[in-house]
Design a protein around this ligand. Sequence first.
Ligand SMILES: Cc1cc2nc3c(=O)[nH]c(=O)nc-3n(C[C@H](O)[C@H](O)[C@H](O)COP(=O)(O)OP(=O)(O)OC[C@H]3O[C@@H](n4cnc5c(N)ncnc54)[C@H](O)[C@@H]3O)c2cc1C
Length: 396
Amino acid sequence: MTVTSQAPARTDHVALAAELAGRFAERAAAHDAEASFPHENIRELVATGYTAMTVPREHGGGGAGLEELCRAQETLAAGCASTAFAVNMHVHGIAMIAGIGGPAAERAYHAIAHEGAVIAGGFSEPGVGGNWWHPTTRAEPVEGGYVLNGRKGFFTGFPAADLLFLSAARTDDRGLPEPVGFLVPKPEHGVTVTAEWDAAGMRATGSHTLLLEDLFVGEEHLVGTPGALPLMFMQGVHWAWCSFASVFLGIARGALDQVVGEQRGRTLHVLDRTVAHLPGVQFRVAEMRTRLAAAEAHLYQAVRADHATAIAADPLGHYIEMSVMKNSVCRLAHEVVTLALQVQGGSALLSAHPLQRAYRDVVAGLLVPPNSDVTAEWAGKHALGVPVFAEPRWEG
Ligand SMILES: Cc1cc2nc3c(=O)[nH]c(=O)nc-3n(C[C@H](O)[C@H](O)[C@H](O)COP(=O)(O)OP(=O)(O)OC[C@H]3O[C@@H](n4cnc5c(N)ncnc54)[C@H](O)[C@@H]3O)c2cc1C
């Protein structure tokens, strides 16, 4: 994405998101139909300083906190869910990396704030799925760094990425696999796209599948020290799961606005009034508002929690709280969009109708991390006082 000059960093990222969402909404249907990557949207996000939002101010960024990030992402997603989701790994990823700091983080701040660099992240792997703690991608130590071999699935935002945030396992001093993270400039060799993203939902996210083959990564690209990756996830999880939730909440809010706007002016031949006068429509719209309010309350309660105190008191409990919130918000968002389709009726399924795209996009919220079954297991065990990581996982 490298650009030579950028506008000064904006501080009103929610207002900026609202401006951009309107323009992105006009292009969303075409990108969805063609499964094309919205490069022009990402260029605008870079040029306006949106992608520098979460870079600390002292490093030339916008210094946005978690609430501003989530409000902005929610707003952007209501315009184009794919664009919001594609930039999400970048905007929350750099905030998480900032949590552990170090030279790789400082180089990334500079690249983002001054050169317009964009990050994409690959943790999921075919055969590992969402079990990120156990990458099968190997990082073999060699002089000056590591050689990586493995596969990555679902690499959202890859087409626009300048920096790849990659996980791999190295062998620790005890001979055990240890997950490590690298933030590496997109290399010319060693990374091949083996499958272009062709999916039912989030079609414009470029979430390609990659092969990493003898990819040399200098040790200066390690994020933090070896062993820092799990710490980064535990300490920064609220950035990840709150921002994910905000994207899907934004899709649901967009669906409500869409369906309400349309029913206000829509009449059917058998009615002498607008569809808005039908009780079924009114009850479903009321239900949508109720579920949206519950989702919003849960998300922003998690956003405003005292994360440092919660982590100090019970890091696993904090991780679980955030995971439960993300799954609950995404489930409610999916229900809201399903209700919107019922309010609209059969025309909601027509390819030209924005609700069918919202429906296909919001389903992704049920599938992206944290895994809902693992979250339920951890949350139940934690609440019941059953050791979360004891083996075997279940008795009987
Ligand atoms: C649109 C989209 C974009 C994405 N973008 C990215 C990205 O940019 N970077 C990235 O790294 N990943 C990305 N992902 C991948 C995502 O992070 C998940 O890894 C992926 O969806 C597979 O995880 P899963 O746990 O849902 O399914 P799988 O891991 O494939 O699991 C299959 C089934 O087994 C169950 N299961 C799996 N593990 C366990 C377990 N330990 N205990 C109990 N049940 C289990 C699951 O619930 C599911 O039912 C993306 C996914 C989507 C849909």
